[in-house]
Design a protein around this ligand. Structure first.
Ligand SMILES: Nc1ncnc2c1ncn2[C@@H]1O[C@H](COP(=O)(O)OP(=O)(O)OP(=O)(O)O)[C@@H](O)[C@H]1O
Ligand SMILES: [Mg+2]
Length: 247
């Protein structure tokens, strides 16, 4: 059974029809590449899955439940996570704080006074998360704004994983990274898949898409125009779909 099923999704912004009836399924622990030209509707489609945007038409099922009208927080609680292009990290805060941003575990003082942030617990859990990801990060106490792009991406992934997701959507995670850092992110995607998480990877870098994804979906002007098995296609074919050479 599919993990996520999108049926007839439509979305317009004003007079612009951005999603024109999207039908798409994502299976459990599958890594799917979502590609398409600028403005094709990739980010809009993903934000419709997370609930940031509400749809004009269509419905979305997750684990066979209709989630179409659920709030973003409820979708996250069911296991849908998205790492946005801008990462939405707090640059002046340290790594541990970023991983637990907005929901720090609290230690009850003398068993009854609530509301104190348990910094030791945050640090320990952040450290074990970063270790598990095999990331090389100088110290958990470094402000995130001073980390490299790849390290920041790792922090964003670590943060997503603390929600125990079943689906992680990544919007252009490798766009600004150096080659070695790209490899690190692709390895993390592999690790997520091995632990049973499905990943939707948006990227304009077809090398990364071909390295990470078993399936490649091409969006063009708000429609899915190709849904290809990675081993049955090649970059030329994918590019021809992206630019519309297939009509
Ligand atoms: N909040 C919004 N309000 C109005 N128009 C929007 C909004 N978000 C996106 N659009 C428009 O919808 C279309 C699709 O945008 P979207 O960001 O989904 O494309 P994309 O495939 O993610 O492109 P890119 O590869 O450049 O990130 C574009 O024409 C864009 O201008
Ligand atoms: Mg986008």
């Amino acid at each position: 059974m599919a993990l996520l099923t999108m049926s007839g999704l439509k979305k317009s912004f004003g007079s612009i029809e951005v999603l024109r009836g999207i039908d798409l399924e994502i299976n459990p622990s599958e890594v799917v590449g979502l590609v398409g030209d600028n403005g094709a509707g990739k980010s809009t489609l993903m934000k419709s899955i997370t609930g940031v945007y509400s749809l004009d038409e269509g419905n979305i099922r997750f684990e066979d439940q209709n989630i179409t009208s659920l709030a973003p927080g409820d979708r996250r609680a069911r296991g849908i996570e998205m790492i946005y292009q801008d990462l939405a990290l707090a640059p002046q805060q340290d790594i541990a704080n970023n991983i637990f941003l907005g929901r720090e575990p609290t230690k009850k003082l003398w068993g009854f006074l609530p509301g104190f942030v348990d910094k030791n617990k945050i640090d320990a859990e952040a450290l074990s998360m970063i270790d598990r990801l095999g990331a090389q990060i100088p110290s958990i106490h470094v402000p995130v704004g001073r980390l490299s792009g790849g390290q920041q991406q790792t922090v964003a992934i670590a943060r997503a994983l603390t929600f125990d997701p079943k689906l992680v959507i990544m919007d252009e995670p490798t766009a600004a990274l150096a080659v070695r850092e790209v490899e690190g992110v692709l390895k993390l995607i592999d690790q997520m898949q091995n632990s049973g998480i499905a990943v939707i990877l948006i990227s304009h870098r077809l090398n990364d898409i071909f390295a990470a994804c078993q399936r490649i979906v091409v969006l063009r002007r708000g429609s899915v125009i190709a849904d290809l098995q990675q081993e049955a296609t090649d970059m030329n074919e994918v590019v021809s779909y992206i630019v519309g050479a297939h009509g």
